[in-house]
Design a binder for this molecule. Structure first.
Ligand code: CP
Ligand code: NVA
Length: 298
């Protein structure tokens, strides 16, 4: 049984296949319009979602499949009425795969180990692999050679970044993390596990973005985080024109969205000509479709 939990669980060959399939679906969607005609996807969101909810929903329908959004509480997925494993065993009698967004990565990992039904990680506090594979598709549309791509991540050490680091470890593109020292110190040990010559850390946004051809950021406080006080550490970390001008001439700006305007990014950058955020959002759908076909394929 195949699951889609984290990018570093996948082989390079599998990621290449998912990306290549997403490109084919994008080019010729009609060809895939009945690929999942007898399949049903269940969606469980324990946190808010616009893009992931819509891209899975519309994406599955365009493959000819059906979608059921299941409220965790309504179906008793909170381990109170019956064990989550038992809920999945019953779900698997009606539906073919399930996407879960929660605040408990370990729970998703443990459930996937039971191999009851294919599980897709739709974001946890630990990672956001669907987002980063979608972004990988977007990057490939802008840069011919992914190895020569020079990405700067400015902001928090969070779920989206972690999936990006997993991808970097497989494709070895240049990735500079520019994370405030007060935040970075908590992840130093984790970072060492992934460190390589193309993966570096900076404290200074100007130094870290020199020669970058892609600048990425995300909210400073992720959903479900209690420590809102940490925003004080991001004083010079707003992606603005000065930072964009400091990078390569044709630098693109990426953000998974939702964005907090004038916090992690200024409106002139978010809405500016170098911003590809809406393309990222659109590409989420082709990637979700490719991921669905990947996990559903026998
Ligand atoms: N980028 C992203 O996952 O958006 P949502 O939280 O709206 O799904
Ligand atoms: N890091 C953000 C991503 C949202 C898509 C969060 O977890 O809230």
């Amino acid at each position: 049984m195949k699951h889609f939990i984290d990018i570093n669980n996948l082989k390079k060959k599998e990621i290449d296949e998912i990306i290549s399939l997403a490109k084919k679906i994008k080019k010729n969607p009609k060809k895939y319009s009945s690929f999942c005609s007898d399949k049903t996807l269940g969606l469980i969101f324990e946190k808010q979602s616009l893009r992931t909810r819509l891209s899975f929903n519309v994406g599955m329908q365009k493959l000819g499949g059906s979608v059921l959004e299941l409220q965790s509480k309504d179906i008793g997925f909170d381990n109170k009425r019956e064990k989550a494993e038992d809920v999945l065993k019953v779900l698997s009698q009606y539906i073919d795969c399930i996407m879960i967004r929660n605040n408990n990565h370990k729970h998703i990992v443990n459930l996937s180990k039971e191999n009851i039904i294919p599980i897709i990680n739709g974001l946890t506090e630990y990672s956001h692999p669907c987002q980063i594979l979608g972004d990988f598709l977007t990057l490939q549309e802008y840069f011919k050679s992914i190895k020569k791509t020079n990405i700067a991540w400015i902001g928090d050490y969070n779920n989206v970044l972690r999936s990006l680091i997993h991808l970097q470890n497989i494709y070895n593109f240049k990735l500079n993390l520019i994370v405030p020292k007060e935040i970075f110190k908590n992840y130093k040990k984790e970072f060492q596990q992934y460190k390589n010559t193309n993966l570096n850390h900076f404290f200074d946004p100007i130094l870290g973005t020199k020669n970058s051809n892609c600048i990425m950021t995300d909210v400073w406080v992720s959903m479900g985080e209690k420590n809102k006080n940490k925003v004080k550490y991001f004083k010079n970390f707003t992606v603005n024109k000065e930072i964009m001008n400091n990078a390569s001439r044709n630098v693109i700006f990426m953000h998974c969205l939702p964005a907090k305007r004038e916090k992690e990014v200024t409106s002139d950058v978010l809405d500016g000509k170098n911003s590809v955020v809406l393309k990222q959002a659109k590409n989420r759908m082709y990637i979700q479709q490719a991921i669905l076909i990947y996990v559903l394929k026998k």
